[in-house]
Design a protein around this ligand. Sequence first.
Ligand SMILES: Cc1cc2nc3c(=O)[nH]c(=O)nc-3n(C[C@H](O)[C@H](O)[C@H](O)COP(=O)(O)O)c2cc1C
Length: 314
Amino acid sequence: MFDLASIRTSLAAPVIVAPMFLVSCPALALAACREGLIGSLPAHSARTRDQLRASLVGMPERLTEVRSSTAPHGGAAYAVNLVVHPTNERAAGDLELLIEHRVPIVITSKGAPGDVVRRIHDYGGLVLSDIANQRHAQKAADAGVDGLIAVCAGAGGHTGTLNPFAFMNEIREVFDGPVILAGGITTGRDVAAAELMGASFAYLGTRFIPTTESLAEEGHKRMIIASHGSDIFFTAAVDGAPANFLAASLVSAGMSLEALAVTPPGKIVSVKDHKRWKDIWSAGHGVGSIHAIQPAAEVCREIIAQYEKYRIVR
Ligand SMILES: Cc1cc2nc3c(=O)[nH]c(=O)nc-3n(C[C@H](O)[C@H](O)[C@H](O)COP(=O)(O)O)c2cc1C
């Protein structure tokens, strides 16, 4: 039986390294776990169910190794992201695999978690659910999730549009459980600020794209290092869902920013010879504070050290 409060006490900082399609991998997740954060994987990043199985096999043993290594923290838990949208044909089979491997934390995204919660709770696992507005929060709370991931404006990938202060207040009107705050969080100081706002954890994606372990293309990593927050372009016209992209990668794919800016909601702009997400790169507003490609352990240690300096909540 897992519980978020005891997982938190064994971590070095309240951070979940967020799941990212074509970026996350077991090496990145384990590096985060080793340093005392929570690492994660998106189930759909594995091309087949066998590949997903291969990522999950041995995870408990590897975490135990991490726990018994010299690291004072580490190995508390890892998470796997399951897209619950009806268009994900693999969802049902992937869920069975997560149950079989007793994944400690399942992160549901792109829809209400529904019955997934009961199935995961049956073996003592935890469910965190991505939300972008109060209606999502209410639905997830009604489904009995263990925590809400508030995806706020400025997040990498598919993003929410609400200001984090305003959104936290709206969430608190319908849910008094753990909230995990996401969107533009890159430093230990940000993590301390999220905690002060009442979040139990911070959720960091973009910060970990330019790590040596990340599967992101070299060009994606370098573009993040060269970018500022103002280089991030918000559009739903790439794949139909509102998301943040590196403007230069949209232009490289032959897209016109002017045309994207006036594309009506629901319309997808075609991209010849370019694959969405593989060649058109996403990142959040936090890019401006990322300056080098580093090993994930180094990034984790910087975040933890700065969090220790700024934390107020004890
Ligand atoms: C390249 C990229 C891919 C992503 N892929 C996924 C995904 O597969 N599943 C998911 O739930 N979230 C995905 N996200 C969103 C992250 O899990 C997280 O919400 C976001 O990165 C947090 O904001 P930040 O990037 O500003 O830290 C992705 C984000 C990025 C940047």
